[in-house]
Write a protein that binds this ligand. Structure first.
Ligand code: CA
Length: 257
């Protein structure tokens, strides 16, 4: 097991939101020092279990009717991870994840959100209605394995691209409340609706799932290298028993494992 003192650090270029220039931010091999946790608190879960394979096709047309709604109840989220293998077909604003709870005082009700805006070529993450934009230089028509681990205590999200920690998004601290509606493929401006065709997703989404903890970087790397396996303590996958499909979203035959 790696210790804090032996952890290597990587220096990457991180775009400063709102400034448009770049600076350097030290990315640790583990993010525990950033979150005030001890290395000994690492979770030990079974990472060798077979992972349920899911694969969905969102047609290449902008519409408010194509989406997936998760029917599994969402608890309060203090620390969580979402992972998926995404490919977008075109250059637009692609909404991947929209989690909304009770109506707020603004017209944006996303407690947690992930989208990609091709105009700025940035991935945007919101937590507690606070946004951060990260330039991941993602191309259209190419699959990417993306994991986001989020800590509500600090409002920090760690973005893993193709198995490696790539960026850190600083949003707003506070528990992501349970009991909301979790939708893939549209942006909720009201609970369960308020969709905008310009904020929909066209592409494919494979093996999307959520865990109620920050996965270890090693677990994420292992999942990227072998998509047949994943940590078994997930809250939900997009297996048919956990979702409702709307519009023209199609389940496609998942790759065999
Ligand atoms: Ca909207």
């Amino acid at each position: 097991m790696m210790t804090m003192t032996s952890a290597l650090t990587l220096i990457v270029s991180v775009t400063v939101f709102g400034v448009g220039s770049s600076t350097s931010e030290s990315l640790p091999e583990t993010y525990y020092e950033f979150e005030g946790r001890e290395d000994t608190e690492r979770a030990t879960h079974d990472t060798n279990g077979a992972c349920p394979q899911t694969s969905y096709f969102f047609p290449n047309i902008q519409t408010t009717t194509n989406y997936i709604r998760v029917t599994k109840p969402i608890p309060d989220l203090h620390e969580f991870t979402v992972c998926g293998i995404f490919k977008r077909f075109t250059n637009g604003v692609d909404w991947w994840v929209s989690y909304a709870t009770m109506p707020g005082t603004t017209n944006n009700h996303n407690e947690f959100m992930i989208r990609h805006d091709s105009n700025s070529n940035k991935m945007e993450i919101a937590m507690n209605m606070n946004y951060a934009k990260e330039d991941l230089k993602l191309s259209a028509n190419k699959e990417y394995h993306i994991c986001v681990t989020s800590f509500s205590s600090t409002g920090t999200s760690y973005i893993f691209l193709d198995g490696n920690l790539r960026d850190i998004a600083h949003t707003k601290s506070g528990t992501v409340n349970g009991g909301g509606i979790f939708i893939l493929g549209q942006d909720q401006d009201i609970i369960g609706g308020g969709f905008d065709a310009n904020q929909s997703f066209q592409g494919t989404m494979r093996n999307f799932m959520l865990w109620r903890r920050a996965l270890e970087p090693e677990e994420i790397s292992k999942m990227y290298q072998n998509q047949c396996f994943c940590p078994q303590d997930y809250l939900f996958t997009l297996e048919r028993k956990n979702i409702e499909i709307s519009g023209g979203v199609a389940a496609v035959w998942p790759p065999k494992c």
